[in-house]
Design a protein. Structure first.
Length: 132
């Protein structure tokens, strides 16, 4: 006696979420599916390229302003090297950054920025990866 076999399922496989995926505990919602489809189209790609170009223009402008704002170079209080660049970005914002060790300080005047840099010696400050 032979065992009966299941009939072959000829329905195409889809990537749609099951109804259990919807709702409070599910991860997919109709809105998220629409947003996912919209984020992959050619208009979305063009928008991302435009935003990237705009952000690059802003970064370039900020770097040019910073280069024009350089006042001079001082001795770094942390490493002792003469690589502490002094920037006067606005009338009331001074920034000190060491190109050698990454130490930095900021303040409303050159004196305040220098005091901030001196107070942060051995604190692990590094403007090259700073988030503060």
């Amino acid at each position: 006696m032979t065992t009966p076999t299941e009939p072959a399922d000829d329905t195409p496989q889809t990537s749609h979420p099951t109804p259990g995926d919807y709702g409070i505990r599910g991860s997919a919602t109709p809105e998220s599916l629409i947003l996912e489809q919209l984020s992959q189209g050619p208009k979305a790609q063009a928008c991302r390229r435009s935003k990237a170009a705009l952000h690059q223009l802003i970064r370039d402008a900020e770097q040019a302003h910073k280069a024009r704002s350089r006042v001079g170079t001082e001795t770094c209080p942390q490493c002792g090297q003469p690589h502490l660049a002094h920037y006067r970005l606005t009338e009331r914002f001074h920034l000190l950054e060491c190109a050698h060790c990454g130490h930095h300080g900021r303040g409303t005047s050159a004196t305040a920025a220098r005091a901030d840099a001196e107070s942060g010696v051995d604190s692990g400050r590094d403007w090259r990866g700073a988030t503060d």
